[in-house]
Design a protein around this ligand. Sequence first.
Ligand code: ATP
Ligand code: MG
Length: 654
Amino acid sequence: MSHPTQAALVYPASDDFVAGAHVNAAQYASMYAASAADPVAFWAEQGKRIDWIKPYTKVKDTNFTLGEVSIKWFEDGNLNVSANCVDRHMTTRANQTAIIWEPDHPDTPAQHITYAQLLENTCRMANVLKAHGVAKGDRVVIYLPMIPEAAYAMLACARVGAIHSIVFAGFSPDALGNRINDSEAKVVITADFAPRGGRKTGLKANTDAALLHCDDRVKCLVVKHTGDQTTWVEGRDVDVKAEMAAAAPYCSYVEMNAEDPLFILYTSGSTGKPKGVVHTSGGYLVYAAMTHQMTFDYHDGDVFWCTADVGWVTGHSYIIYGPLANGATTIMFEGVPTFPDAGRFWEVCAKHKVNQFYTAPTAIRALMAQGHEWVAKHDLSSLKLLGSVGEPINPEAWNWYNTHVGKGKCPIVDTFWQTETGGHIVTPLPGAIPQKPGSATLPFFGVKPVVLDAATAALQTETVAEGVMCISDSWPGQMRTLWGDHARFEEAYFSQYPGYYFTGDGCRRDADGYYWITGRVDDVINVSGHRMGTAEVESALVAHAMVAEAAVVGYPHEIKGQGIYAYVTLMNDVEPTDDLRKDLVKWVRQEIGPIASPDLIQWAPGLPKTRSGKIMRRILRKIAENDFATLGDTSTLADPSVVDDLINNRMNRV
Ligand code: ATP
Ligand code: MG
């Protein structure tokens, strides 16, 4: 049991946890120093955690200079990612479970897929791809539910050297068609239907609609998952399961260069049009495997559950590539946290004896609003560690997670990273770095964060600092380019603060050197000359007993420059009243100060979110500004109908 230092609210891990951890405080300090002082020597050693067909002799060749940006790691090494995730475990763990598949409905039995079965299924899928002309360098779009075939498809692409691009199963035909066209994919892999939360989405029908706008030669590989009837285009549509069953059970893997692309993945689109992030093979896999092992303190035999969708980078790095490279047992969950009831996550944790559990603040807040009785019903004694990703976790949600899920004995790793970074870049290592609720704490090995003044770009050299977060040198998991648009890559990430990789996020660094992400720089609010991150105001609102979730944006205000417009979702069964509104304003005043008190509060039954659960403040800003005509790219919204509700009930500006 950890005892927080009340004044500073610091939560160290228990002595037992520290004793068993891969990395303790002293090791973190010395390894971090070594990684910063001599990245070449450090990564030359770490690169050996995966198998190389041809070992590398060059470790790092990276340049952040605008106009010449180029990032290469292990560039003369050759490997195959699929062989690293599957074949290399065959001698030691062929009969160990690689993937536990937990279906949407709890009455459907879970599947335990061993490494031997994973190899066979990946090979069969690879042979199907080859039969349809897929070869090294070709693009394959994957539009599947969270089913084992999604893992087979990813690994099969990697095996034959094809580049996959996964599109969330919740996206529209338009979003799918755009990505097929942008990546010039040869094949799209989909399913008949995607069951989720007891409902079914017609993926095949969506794919048919998308393909109307694509090249006629694009093949459509269909996984008959639910078995419901769909349309069928002879000559174009392929029954994947039938062809897998008939295909040879082995397929050799292609020797790939470390810098050959592994996948393209479009960002969530929280701030604008999604960007086609490109990750390559060698550096990405080394970094995904290392962060998976160290951040989650994963040990052989543990059962690891990352609740993300494989359509998000978190699913790529921490459901598939990191865990499988490490020979882990990883859970793939088809469903949602609230189906058939708000205890589903905890039921699954108990059922599969999950050791590490990794989810997003949005899910924690949603479950918190349902009450902790749902957690108490299930045996969570197997849990050793909890994780959070996607946005800053509000201290209120952190405390609930710690108390009710972790029972005060599980370290919580608040992992800050991006599609672009491939893996965690600022995160507690649980045995080494005491947590502070709401802080992502310290950098991972080899990552050099800096704080720059947002306006002047001046490097903040004092420990205590505030500004934008940039990274001053490359790490192996970093993205290499934007698909087909290297100029946009340089422009988006290297032009605003020359010489640095710009994350787009604001941050604060405290006296212990801990980083606190304050939100997107685009979202910063300027009230009467005071710059404010959205995270702090939102956390104050969420700390109120009746508030489940809050999103805050600025809107033009005659006197203050910008006023604060808050969208507030109340806890279940709480009545929205004017008194409560006044109460909330008073509350924020007390928590932060008068400068942060909301000018307008709108009750929001739902907030516009990306499929990965991030609030799209750019849309909320438009609503607050009374500018509905140009909401921008909304193709990545999880539920577009919430926007109409918010527009209809918007508050009048003063
Ligand atoms: P787009 O770049 O298209 O706007 P996006 O940034 O939402 O989309 P992702 O790459 O999925 O797409 O999200 C990365 C962002 O998520 C980070 O830049 C940061 O704003 C936020 N984030 C992720 N993890 C954390 C965390 N632990 N703490 C704070 N913020 C986080
Ligand atoms: Mg982003």
